[in-house]
Design a protein around this ligand. Structure first.
Ligand SMILES: CC(C)(COP(=O)(O)OP(=O)(O)OC[C@H]1O[C@@H](n2cnc3c(N)ncnc32)[C@H](O)[C@@H]1OP(=O)(O)O)[C@@H](O)C(=O)NCCC(=O)NCCS
Length: 159
């Protein structure tokens, strides 16, 4: 598996990955079953604005997962999101993407990753907790707000 930054040429592959998700995966990532903005989303990953870093995981040339962070107005804070292609789960793809994303973020001066995930998104919660990342969390109804302290991540952290 190779992880690299996405670029313009990856647009179609990003759209394909999103359209091939099953209903639950799509709901967990986009909080809706029928996101109308897949094209815009793919563009935001493949032509990222300032303060956005978007990575793809590739195997044999195929895109099998994407992850991105977007810097927030609060200095040092960045919001993360990740989605792995249907039928590529539980192979370490999400973990690899988040690990690389964290390295880039730290090098870029970020101090905290934040993510709002649905409370029932046990897959995402487990990926983060299995990684051993220092996480604080706050529940607000069906949404769990997670915060990762990048400053205390060490090279030994099994991310
Ligand atoms: C959440 C999500 C990104 C996780 O991706 P993933 O690639 O399946 O995650 P990983 O494979 O790294 O880790 C998942 C499991 O595989 C295990 N794993 C990690 N590396 C592994 C490997 N090399 N071989 C086998 N299993 C492995 C992990 O320990 C973990 O096990 P667990 O579920 O029993 O705790 C994926 O489920 C997804 O795309 N969900 C829909 C979108 C979403 O919810 N995004 C989050 C909100 S933005």
């Amino acid at each position: 598996m190779k992880v690299r930054r996405l670029n313009h040429d990856d647009y179609d592959a990003v759209v394909l990955l999103a359209t091939e998700l099953d209903a639950e995966e799509r709901y967990m990532r986009f909080f809706t079953l029928h996101p109308a903005y897949i094209g815009e989303w793919a563009l935001s990953l493949t032509a990222p604005a300032k303060g956005v870093v978007a990575l793809g995981a590739f195997e044999d040339g195929d895109l099998i997962g994407v992850a991105n962070y977007s810097e927030l107005s609060r200095s040092g804070y960045a919001e993360i999101a990740v989605v792995v292609a249907h039928e590529q789960h539980h192979r370490g793809v999400g973990t690899a993407l988040l690990r690389t994303l964290a390295e880039i973020a730290k090098d870029s001066g970020q101090h905290r990753f934040v993510a709002d995930v649905l409370f029932e998104n046990y897959a995402m919660r487990r990926v983060l907790s299995d990684a051993g990342w220092p996480i604080s969390q706050h529940r607000d109804g069906s949404v769990l707000s997670l915060e990762v302290d990048l400053d205390t991540l060490t090279d030994n952290t099994p991310s």
